[in-house]
Design a protein around this ligand. Structure first.
Ligand SMILES: Cc1cc2nc3c(=O)[nH]c(=O)nc-3n(C[C@H](O)[C@H](O)[C@H](O)COP(=O)(O)OP(=O)(O)OC[C@H]3O[C@@H](n4cnc5c(N)ncnc54)[C@H](O)[C@@H]3O)c2cc1C
Ligand code: SF4
Length: 568
């Protein structure tokens, strides 16, 4: 196929415009570098796409997408949610090994999954980063908490993260925006938690409440999952990419990167991408390559970048590319709390999702508990906007008329749901590799997934189940059942379904045992960096995105310093 060769040489090419790529593209551009950002998805226009101020009545189909909602063809998080990708992408399959049930949520849009992620933003702790010293499992991080904390500070100041300070060793404090008041059901959970020794504290969300440069404070419309036109909620598109484009960043959309190219000495010198509209192949030349296409996709690009110098794929001399694949352990229970029945409908407005969460409280008790790593609790409830299909169960039971209206009004706000998000220990059965038999519609070989939970994760999930039942009981409620029956039916989340997949090109202490050094830099090519979740050597219970932002910022600063010294 003919190759369109740009000839222009960029200081850096960044692949993927999500959390990791958006951060790198912005930081490198701010340093005065000439940067090309390649994004597989299309452009994003928030004023057209984001629906946070719409009601269902604004649409003829009332948000059912003309039946798609009920037949499973609609957007994965509902019609109103902003586009961030899906579980299945037309013509872009992945495969799973026999016995593996793995779900891979992928984005194809500027901003990636950050346009609509939950914005839970928790620092990894010193305990997380040197956990092997404590229990002998997994690996320690190649850097200390203090080294990373410098970049957590930068990321939190820039992104804006709410919270309050508590000095809890498993949940380090950060640079916080003001936290909003708890919602009514959250106060009840907090009271129940006190009886059980479970601390419910202000949630840490990537939302500005005091304002930061060029972004106004949240106005509490409560619909962050639909996108946020004021960018009060962080999205890499609005907060990193668009401002950087104004400063000279070159952004190319619909650019599906296939491989990293190397020169005659084996040194990376750019990438090849397929234009998704014209199907033409293009070559971009650059002095440094930053991969940030999301954890597994970056591993895929490395594995597909074979050459005589790198017969097993680029940066894969250790054979570790694709290995160390982890997701978050998930389990949820819902409950019904009569004490919340018929509550006056006080204003429980706020930002979308919970104002409180519970950090892991059992970090001193792992030997006694019988599982090695912890989890935090996220939870929901309150007077959220009913969605199409809400209360269909009640309608089925009670039909129509006055009685059902009374029942719905009384029960509105009395349901709660608790979800555990826990750490998985990496294992040899969980990895991705290139499937030798399948290519996508661009002709690019696809990934095949292998994944197994072990006893460590199952035991942790049983502890979640017990804790949530106790909390619901202490709230005076009764357990209704699984919170997300489809993905937790076996008593633990389907691997990948929590959408915190990380690993695949991990940082480590040596070139023999890992893919990257502590600056997310390839051991084998000094001008190659992987700055998405692939770089994480472990997956603590904390949701990964804030750490991806921090690591990507750190790697970008490092490249600039090294380039000045002539080391790259
Ligand atoms: C509904 C939902 C809720 C979530 N909630 C949270 C949360 O509360 N807290 C949290 O920390 N995390 C959360 N996450 C996870 C979070 O979104 C990811 O951790 C984060 O976006 C990862 O950043 P990334 O840069 O690695 O990948 P992404 O944000 O997915 O960005 C990758 C980008 O690369 C592009 N790309 C892919 N392949 C190629 C290619 N071959 N060539 C060029 N471009 C390519 C994609 O189109 C995409 O734009 C959530 C995710 C979802 C979907
Ligand atoms: S609640 Fe706040 S952060 Fe969320 S969409 Fe509304 S204004 Fe934006």
């Amino acid at each position: 196929m003919a190759l369109v060769d740009s000839k222009e040489v960029f200081d850096a090419v960044v692949v993927g415009a999500g959390a990791g790529g958006g951060t790198a593209a912005r930081v490198l551009t701010d340093h005065g570098m000439k940067v090309m950002l390649l994004e597989a998805g299309g452009p994003l226009v928030p004023s057209e796409e984001f629906k946070e101020h719409k009601t269902y009545a604004d649409y003829d189909h009332r948000g059912t997408e003309n039946g798609k909602l009920y037949f499973g063809d609609g957007k994965p998080f509902g019609f109103m949610s902003t586009t961030s990708g899906g579980w299945e992408l037309d013509g872009e399959p992945y495969t799973t090994a026999e016995g593996t049930d793995f779900r891979w949520f992928r984005s194809r849009i500027v901003g990636g999954r950050t346009n609509h992620y939950g914005r839970m933003s928790f620092r990894f702790s010193d305990l997380d980063m040197r956990a092997r010293d404590i229990d002998g499992l997994g690996v320690n991080w190649p850097m200390s908490y203090d080294e990373l904390a410098v970049y957590y500070d930068k990321a939190e100041r820039f992104i804006g993260v709410t919270g309050t300070k508590h000095g809890i060793p498993s949940a380090p404090d950060g640079i916080f925006q003001d936290a909003p008041q708890p919602k009514v059901h959250e106060l009840l959970a907090q009271k129940a938690g006190k009886k059980l020794g479970i601390p419910f504290i202000a949630n840490r969300r990537a939302i500005v409440t005091n304002g930061v440069k060029d972004r106004i404070p949240c106005h509490y419309c409560g619909q962050c999952g639909r996108g946020c036109q004021t960018a009060s909620a962080y999205a890499a598109s609005q907060v990193d990419v668009f401002p950087a484009v104004e400063k000279g960043l070159k952004l190319t959309t619909d650019a599906m990167v296939r491989e990293v190219t190397v020169d005659s000495s084996g040194k990376p010198d750019g990438v090849i991408y397929v234009n998704r509209k014209t199907r033409l192949e293009h070559r971009i030349r650059a002095k440094a390559v930053f991969l940030a296409a999301s954890s597994c996709e970056s591993a895929r690009i490395l594995l597909n970048s074979k050459s005589k110098h790198h017969p097993n794929g680029l940066g894969n001399g250790s054979g570790q590319v694709g290995r160390n694949l982890m997701d978050t352990v998930g389990f949820g229970l819902s409950g019904y709390v009569p004490a919340l029945e018929g509550m006056p409908k006080y204003n429980t407005d706020g930002f979308g999702g919970a104002h409180l969460y519970a950090p892991w409280w059992g970090y001193k008790d792992h030997e006694k508990l019988g599982f090695p790593r912890g989890y935090h609790i996220e939870f929901g409830g309150g007077f959220g906007m009913p969605r199409p299909g809400s209360y269909h169960g009640t309608a089925r039971r009670m039909g129509y008329g006055k009685k059902i209206k009374e029942e719905v009004r009384a029960r509105y706000g009395a349901n709660v749901g608790f979800a555990g998000r826990g750490e998985m220990i990496p294992n040899d059965m969980s990895y991705c590799e290139i499937d030798p038999d399948v290519v996508d519609k661009w002709g690019i070989p696809v990934l095949k997934f292998h994944f197994q939970w072990t006893d460590y994760e199952w035991k942790q999930a049983r502890h979640m189940e017990k804790s949530f039942a106790e909390i619901i009981d202490a709230m005076g409620g009764k357990v209704l059942g699984l919170k997300n029956a489809d993905r937790e039916a076996d008593g633990i989340s389907v691997p990948g379904s929590i959408i915190h997949e990380v690993g695949g090109a991990s940082m480590g202490h040596t070139a023999e045992t890992s893919v990257l050094n502590k600056y997310c830099q390839s051991w084998e090519a000094k001008n190659l960096f992987v700055v998405d979740g692939a770089a994480l050597p472990s997956n603590p219970d904390k949701n990964p995105t804030l750490t991806i932002n921090a690591l990507s910022w750190r790697a970008s600063d490092y490249l600039v310093e090294e380039a000045k010294k002539g080391n790259v």
